[in-house]
Design a protein around this ligand. Structure first.
Ligand code: AHG
Ligand code: MN
Ligand code: MN
Length: 339
């Protein structure tokens, strides 16, 4: 059998690529690896135990929290706070960011983490892939003081690392530290991630479009026109429609096969649905590192200056030429007040 590199080996070997080589980011990535295994274990037995279903609570954004949402949130919060690396965490499932105090000297840690602990949670009850998305920054406020909102409201182009875990037919951890994108597959028998997808790259063109077309009537005219273009018989079109309803899974498939994922603004969701800090920025960083592109329809996602923690933005992400085509259709119509 070919001797594949493990995620642990890979993290250590590539530590030299980081701008600041104290080993802390490596330890942070290792703690994400550990939390991913814990959540994976729970997701896999979701059909067996009474963890399925709604926890009867809603998060700050008014959405139902599934039990596994809460479990995954706690697993990541606990694992990330336990080591002396992270000084603050913001989670889609928490109302506000959480300040982590170091054990020895308070507030001494350098990194902040933003996380969507369970993405695509409406798919849990029906045995369809879900994921976790994470985004890592260095704090901007002085070390030794408590983190503030300013540390979390950094534009996506300042991320030092980002990635996702997809709990699918197999479980994969895919991440970037700004030196390309690598994918690791979990061997469940050993509990070890192996490098299975080195240097992942988006094909420049693709023939898959992923959007919730059920909301067609609510979409902006530019999106409607682009969808008609996807469906026209011309050249390599019509494209195939594929929409899982888990951003992580839709993005993962499109990165491998070539495609575009769109969650636009709509008359129902005037800012879009996906969260800039927990979903769009990390996915955009991965997309660019894999040779793809991510836009809000008009401008680069990674250059948006966030104004609030749970901010939503529209997103067009995937194969470079497909995003560029969609942007051309959007450009025919003026951006509304917010977008
Ligand atoms: P989450 O489960 O973290 O709330 O995210 C769900 C997101 C995203 O993963 C998915 O692509 C999208 O919401 C689906 O939304 P629609 O059902 O509106 O299409
Ligand atoms: Mn999500
Ligand atoms: Mn979520």
């Amino acid at each position: 059998m070919k001797n594949h590199k493990t995620l642990g080996e890979y993290i250590i070997e590539n530590q030299k690529d980081f701008q600041y080589t104290t080993g802390e980011l490596s330890r942070l990535l290792s703690s994400i690896k550990l939390a991913a295994k814990v959540v994976n274990h729970e997701v896999n037995k979701a059909g067996l135990v009474d963890i399925l279903g709604n926890a009867g609570d809603t998060n700050i954004q008014g959405e139902d929290q599934q039990k596994l949402d809460i479990y995954a949130n706690e697993a990541f919060m606990r694992t990330l706070s336990n080591r002396e690396i992270v000084c603050g965490i913001a989670s889609e499932e928490e109302d506000d960011f959480v300040i982590i105090e170091g054990k020895n000297r308070s507030h001494d840690n350098k990194y902040i983490v933003l996380i969507d602990p369970l993405d695509g949670s409406s798919n849990i009850d029906v045995n369809v892939s879900v994921g976790t998305i994470f985004s890592i920054y260095r704090r901007v406020t002085p070390i030794g003081t408590p983190v503030t909102k300013e540390d979390f409201l950094q534009p996506g182009n300042l991320q030092v690392a980002a990635g996702y875990v997809v709990y699918g037919t197999s479980t994969m951890l895919v991440y970037t530290t700004g030196h390309g994108v690598n994918g690791f597959t979990l061997n469940p028998a050993l509990g070890t991630f192996y490098l299975s997808h080195p240097s992942m790259k988006f094909p420049e063109n693709g023939n898959i479009y992923s959007i919730n077309e059920g909301y067609y009537v609510h979409f902006p005219q530019g999106v409607k026109d682009y969808l008609k273009y996807c469906q026209e018989e011309e050249g390599d079109r019509p494209y195939s429609a594929r929409y899982i309803g888990s951003l992580v899974s839709d993005f993962h498939r499109n990165m491998i096969k070539g495609g575009v994922y769109i969650y636009p603004t709509s008359s129902k969701a005037p800012q879009g649905k996906l969260r800039l800090l927990y979903e769009c920025n990390p996915i955009a960083f991965l997309a660019e590192q894999a040779g793809g592109w991510a836009s809000d329809g008009y401008k680069r996602i990674l250059e948006i200056k966030p104004t609030e923690l749970h901010q939503r933005v529209p997103i067009f992400v995937g194969s470079k030429n497909m995003v560029a085509d969609a942007e051309k259709f959007m450009a025919k119509y003026p951006q509304d007040a917010d977008y």
